[in-house]
Ligand binder design. Structure first.
Ligand code: FES
Length: 112
């Protein structure tokens, strides 16, 4: 089973975490199953950007993002070249390292 190394996030996962998840599961589902309560405002239907993660390692092992995901990602806070919507990013048999960005669009709009 691939491992997901989650880098520390101030509120969701202050110490960071290492979890195991089955091939074929999305990163979002894997995090939620392990009590890392990443936002998923559209219920994982690829219609928001709140489940955005940056894949620091193992990016190329994931499925190719669809156009819709790419379009949405353009609006995500803190977009990077290795950004994915975690509810659309499906694990293959390779470990990944993910970073949950500090803010989502929801937070950003509340605070600014
Ligand atoms: S939960 Fe909305 S796009 Fe992933």
């Amino acid at each position: 089973m691939p491992q997901i190394v989650v880098l520390p996030h101030a509120t969701l996962c202050p110490e960071g975490a290492v979890i195991e998840a089955p091939v074929g599961q999305t990163i979002c589902d894997a995090l939620l199953e392990h009590d890392i309560d990443i936002e998923h405002a559209c219920e994982k239907s690829c219609a928001c950007t709140t489940c955005h993660v940056i894949v620091r390692e193992g990016f190329d092992s994931l499925n190719e993002p669809e156009e819709k995901e790419e379009d949405l990602l353009d609006r995500a806070w803190g977009l990077e070249a290795n950004s994915r919507l975690s509810c659309q990013a499906v694990l293959a048999d390779e470990n990944v390292v993910v970073e949950i960005p500090k803010y989502t669009i929801n937070h950003a709009s509340e605070n600014h």
